[in-house]
Design a protein around this ligand. Sequence first.
Ligand SMILES: Nc1nc2c(c(=O)[nH]1)N[C@H]1C(S)=C(S)[C@@H](COP(=O)(O)OP(=O)(O)OC[C@H]3O[C@@H](n4cnc5c(N)ncnc54)[C@H](O)[C@@H]3O)O[C@H]1N2
Ligand code: MOO
Length: 403
Amino acid sequence: MSDNKLLAVDDALARVLAGATRLGEETVALADARGRTLSRDLVARRTQPPVDVSAMDGYAVHVADLARGPVKIVGESAAGHGYGAPLGPGEAVRIFTGAPVPDGADAILLQEDAEVEAGNGGVKPGASAGNHIRTAGLDFREGAAALFAGTRLGFAELALAAAMNHAMLPVARRPRVALLAAGDELVPPGAEPGPSQIISTNNFAVAAIAEEAGAEVIDFGIFRDDLAELERAIGIAREAQADILVTLGGASVGDRDLLRPALARQGMTLDFWKIAMRPGKPLISGRLGDAHILGLPGNPVASIVCALVFLAPLIRALQGDPGSGADPTETAIAGADLPANKGRRDYMRATLAKDAEGRLVATPMPMQDSSLLTELARSQALLIREPGDAPLPAGAPCRIWRL
Ligand SMILES: Nc1nc2c(c(=O)[nH]1)N[C@H]1C(S)=C(S)[C@@H](COP(=O)(O)OP(=O)(O)OC[C@H]3O[C@@H](n4cnc5c(N)ncnc54)[C@H](O)[C@@H]3O)O[C@H]1N2
Ligand code: MOO
């Protein structure tokens, strides 16, 4: 098949995500919720702040009183312990940050701006009093939804959920991802490889990408390039009730590339095989029972880029994230002349730097072979070129995906 007849990456992603709806939900403690995805909107159980509070240490006053001379300090309001009475005319209350503003006070005289008179308990402004009052409900009001289903819980969301007084959170079940690598040449790290054997790397990178996207990963290890052995491996992954079965390698056209036939014999419905992507052309996508199948190509960088482009969004979609298929790219300036692109979308490994004007410059690595992990590890971004793109001069705008 010529490259310009291959399925476009965006169409392939749309097909991968088409059948992906949120899995079940569960309830977890706030302290265990980092990285999880809300399965329901979260409604505030209280108003924050619950009453008007001071934003500064100083004195709660009536602004109008200050023009008439010193005001008398009649008491104190600290965080958690209010003054407990309204402020009368000509009165001030010593107040601290976060403390309730007494009824009737309309300003806070900053401590630094106040002159306290010795002996008589009076205070007068050395500068004008500011408002410095956080009104009740400034942050959120009871009954209002402030976090929404599909939101991933990071530090800000966890703080907000806590402030809304949610000790337990409803979250999407983690998608279960089964990994299996195929290749007679592969041994695990730490093993003694034979003369032409290599260390299996793709499972570690793909597991990291999957976990980062919120999945629970089960790595079933390495299997030989043998049809019966690969069918057995697929059976093991099915028994583990994987939501996504990810195979690594054996996806191309060689006589030893047996994963597609093994998956077919186990009953996979193939959706597509081979896409207009470099690296990553021989990607397999299909369904086997309820499980989503992604057959990632063996070349390490192809495995990794395909996991970023397809697997991570699929994992997000299975957790109900409405933005799972969103475009992750941004604009930068090309740091070198680039030749015309052929028929596949190219994800070039590139370094990022700022030029003298502060613009982001993306410079492709000199070698782009999809086996080169050193070049990938030195890159900060993928510089994306569309099929059929004309030559791009250095300094022209380009699209990048930060790694
Ligand atoms: N005649 C053709 N040959 C190839 C084509 C093609 O269209 N026609 N496509 C090429 C492209 S593009 C890619 S990408 C690879 C993908 O091949 P496979 O998915 O079948 O992968 P393997 O042959 O099993 O391995 C390729 C390469 O990657 C190494 N590998 C495999 N698994 C791992 C692993 N877990 N960890 C580290 N490295 C791994 C393997 O040793 C090979 O060197 O096909 C091209 N060929
Ligand atoms: O997709 Mo392959 O990775 O171009 O080598």
